[in-house]
Design a protein around this ligand. Structure first.
Ligand code: CTP
Length: 398
């Protein structure tokens, strides 16, 4: 099921690092999703961002010092720890990671962290050499062994001028990982193969046949499955989407490349979900040089591509196979026919051509058709919601 941050109690720990400015944006994003956020800062964090900013955005007093904020400050960290659904420390400095690894509790944040029993996501951000230093790596290993989830820092140019790992990942990415921490791992141990995006069939070195698929539905399924604990391999045509975290993405161009990659990766797969908009035809021959406009009319000779899904349906043994059907008319009839002909367990049918559903849209309105002949029409919803409902149904069946 899709995890909503709405009404979840999230504690945001902010340490003294230059990336503390990004935690303001993270807080804003959390509030946008209607989470109830409380902020604990270290003394040094105040050098970078003032507590008033966090107070105004979170709507709660900020905890900095255990003994400064009146009578109940000394116990509020315990109460916050008991009420928290999840904790995110961003940015996490070498200092707080060292304290966490050593069990030291000498300020509000480190004391709070010892009292927490819910998932803790630590997002280290510091100079590359500090991050790669043996004590730091040792401490990271220790907290990981203790069950803390560590988000590896991104590589790039850092504020101190060095280049390498140490950057705090973007707030959207941290949010994605926070949701993953909260998502029950009902697909743990399952291997899932997803195809996504369009294919490109070259005509000559500068032209190709393709379609407007954005890959959003396939990427949403891959991300949802990863959040639920599955091992995900995605075979993706050319798309303009960020590479999702913790997913093996194999990039391909043509239908033939997609077919070969899918078949060579299907071993040990439990669930195969084919969302790709595969070109049904390709030019019989690819011109080696750019075709010049010398003729008044040009006819392209096309030949059929292999139907990857149909082939999988014929080859499959124990795998659960899901297809998609993009139709412009008679959805039920066409989807039902594809379900049978391709030997599928489920087919997701959608009528394409509307700006709110299908190609490129953020949302999709689909009907799930099952092998036993039943169907389940879903209302218009975001593609990640469709993804989670599909995975719910698959998890129920298998
Ligand atoms: N598919 C595939 N290989 C192809 C064509 C389609 O694997 N060469 C898969 C798609 O990924 C999708 C399903 O088959 O899961 C249905 O694709 P769709 O384009 O709707 O239908 P087609 O089978 O191509 O039939 P038609 O174009 O005649 O509607």
């Amino acid at each position: 099921m899709k995890i909503e941050l709405k009404n979840k109690n999230i504690v945001l720990g902010v340490c003294g690092g230059i990336a503390a400015y990004k935690s303001v944006e993270l807080l804003r994003r959390l509030k946008k999703e209607a989470a109830n956020v409380r902020v604990i800062m270290t003394e040094n964090a105040q050098w970078f961002v003032g507590p008033v900013t966090f107070e105004a955005l979170s709507g709660h007093p900020v905890c900095i010092n255990l003994f400064e904020n009146g009578d109940d400050a000394t116990i509020s960290h315990i109460q916050w720890a008991e009420e928290a659904d999840a904790v995110v420390i961003a940015p996490a400095t070498a200092n707080i990671i060292g304290k966490l690894a050593g069990g030291i509790a000498d300020d509000a944040l480190s004391t709070f962290l010892l009292a927490v029993t819910t998932p803790v996501l630590v997002c280290p951000s510091m100079n590359t050499n500090m991050y790669l230093s043996p004590p730091m790596q040792r401490n990271i290993q220790t907290i990981k062994t203790d069950g803390v989830i560590v988000l590896e820092p991104a590589a790039g140019e850092l504020a101190c001028g060095t280049e390498g790992p140490g950057r705090l990942p973007e707030p959207e990415f941290i949010l994605d990982r926070l949701k993953a921490c909260l998502t029950p791992k009902d697909l743990k141990g399952k291997k899932i193969l997803v195809t996504a995006g369009p294919t490109r069939e070259p005509i000559d070195p500068v032209r190709f046949i393709s379609n407007p698929s954005s890959g959003k539905m396939g990427y949403a399924i891959a991300r949802a499955a990863e959040q639920r604990g599955a091992d995900v391999v995605m075979v993706s045509g050319p798309v303009d989407l960020p590479t999702p975290f913790n997913i093996e993405v194999i990039k391909v161009e043509t239908a033939q490349e997609m077919a070969e990659t899918v078949f060579s990766n299907m071993k040990d797969i439990d669930i195969m979900i084919m969302t790709a908009a595969v070109s049904d035809y390709r030019p019989k021959a690819q011109a080696s040089q750019k075709i010049k406009k010398v003729k008044e009319e040009l006819v392209l000779d096309l030949t059929r591509n292999q139907d990857i899904l149909k082939e999988l349906g014929a080859k499959k043994t124990t795998q659960f196979l899901v297809g998609f059907a993009a139709e412009t008319e008679r959805l039920e009839e066409h989807a039902g026919q594809k379900l049978k002909e391709k030997n599928l367990d489920i087919i997701i049918g959608n009528l394409v051509g509307s700006p709110t559903s299908g190609f490129q849209a953020e949302t999709n309105q689909v009907t799930i058709f099952y092998k036993d002949g039943s169907k389940e029409p879903l209302p218009l919803m975001k593609k990640d919601e469709v993804a989670h409902i599909l995975l719910d149904r698959i998890a129920d069946i298998i």
